[in-house]
Structure formats: C-alpha cells, structure tokens
Design a binder for this molecule. Structure first.
Ligand SMILES: *Cc1c(COP(=O)(O)O)cnc(C)c1O
Length: 225
C-alpha cells in the first residue's frame, strides 16, 4: 500500500477510536516516524499530507532536513546526547525525550528560542526503556523552572512491545493520570496539555486513552532499512 493509502486507513482508525472515547479527532496529530525510510519516501509522506515528521537520530534528521527544510514540523523522538543538541535544536519543533537536567541545561544554552519539550516517562519500568520513573517526573519538572527556554508541553512514553491490550491500556492510563497531576500544579512553563503515546501496534488504544500525538512509523511509511 502507498503512504497515502496507509494514512487514510490510520486516519479512519483514529476517527473510530475517537468516537469510542468521545473525543474530537482534531485533537490528534499524526507524526510520521521516518527513521527506517529514505529521504524520497519521507518526501512522499509530506506530499500525502503529513505535517509532522519524527526522527530518533541527529544524522537521519539532518539528512531529511536537507531535502525538506522547515515546512514539516520536526520531532526529535529518540535519546538525545547532550553533545548533539546544537546540531538539531533550532531545526525541531518538539523534543520528545527530555529526561535529565544535563540535557535541559544544554538545550537552554543552545536554543535560540523557547523549545517545546515532552518529558519522557518509563511507565512500564522496562530496563531497556529510557525515561524517568513516574515518581521522578514531578520533582524533575519543578526543577525546570530554572531553564526559561524550556516549555514542558506534555509527557511521552513508549509502551512495551506486547500483545496484551489491557496491559498497554494501563500504561497509557498511568501517563494520563500523571499528566493530570502536573496540570494541577498550574506551572506556567509546564502546561502539559499533550500526550505523545501510541505507535504502529498500539495507537488506537493510545488515542482512546488520551494521546494527542501518535508516532507511527512502520504502518504508515513502511520499513526500508
Ligand atoms: C521507531 C519509533 C516509533 C515508531 O515505531 P513503529 O512501531 O514503527 O510505528 C515511535 N516512537 C519512537 C520513540 C520510536 O523510536
């Protein structure tokens, strides 16, 4: 199937999930994750109507940026080494992987303007996953007051790669609960209105549980390498 057909199907599934959850489909943004595809395929995704692109490495992002420039909104969704911040920070609209103060410090130093960040949370506690534990998130966000260029727009998580739907749903529900706790703090620099959750295999459940950004790679743009 073409990217265009994949996108139509995903939009239909998201719409159905919104209906089940009584949500407005306009609240959900689709990020095409292009880490496994070429610049050419990425270009086709943009032509098919994709407005948000996600990359998890600085090299991949920069290569595609060369071709597509700043027309799409770029999302950095992978682990970000502090030394790579300066390469990408003024090209991306969002960073999804803020998980430590040393990274916040580097962003503060290198960004020309306010940077929208998601705090990455390891809800499931899998050792292979990056991110803060749920208990660490609020103390961390309170420290971000010292970094005026950082705006905490939301929370991001990667669910474990499992089939058990109830378990997946629980991960997303826990992130939503944490979001509400942060919103209740009413911190001006941390409105935390967004939830970045849901990938190819679990985006419909994520939408039912409150995702506002879904990050979809394989089932949208495919996998070429
Ligand atoms: C690769 C990746 C995705 C997309 O994964 P698919 O299963 O191909 O949809 C989403 N989020 C992050 C952080 C990723 O690294």
């Amino acid at each position: 199937m073409s990217v265009k057909e994949n996108l139509a199907l995903i939009q239909k599934n998201i719409e159905a999930a919104c209906q089940r959850a009584n949500r407005n489909k306009e609240e959900i943004n689709i990020i095409a994750v292009t880490k496994y595809v070429s610049e050419e395929t990425t270009k086709r995704a943009v032509e098919a109507g994709i407005k948000h692109l996600g990359e998890n490495r600085d090299t991949g992002l920069l290569k595609k940026w060369e071709v597509l420039g700043s027309k799409p909104t770029w999302h950095f969704i992978g682990t970000l080494q502090s030394k790579k911040v300066k390469e990408i920070i003024n090209k991306v609209g969002y960073i999804h992987s803020l998980d430590r103060l040393s990274l916040a410090k580097e962003i503060e130093k290198r960004a020309d303007k306010t940077t929208r960040c998601f705090v990455q949370v390891n809800v499931s506690g899998e050792e292979s996953k990056h991110g803060l534990t749920p208990e660490e998130v609020i103390p961390f966000i309170k420290e971000i007051v010292d970094y005026p260029k950082i705006k905490i727009v939301g929370l991001m998580t990667m669910a474990p790669y499992i089939e058990n739907k109830a378990e997946l749903r629980n991960v997303f529900k826990n992130l939503k609960t944490l979001q509400r706790e942060i919103q209740a703090l009413e911190l001006s620099y941390a409105p935390c209105r967004e939830l970045s959750m849901g990938m190819s295999n679990d985006y419909e459940i994520a939408v039912e549980e409150g995702a506002t950004f879904v990050r979809i790679g394989t089932s949208l743009v495919g996998k070429e390498f």
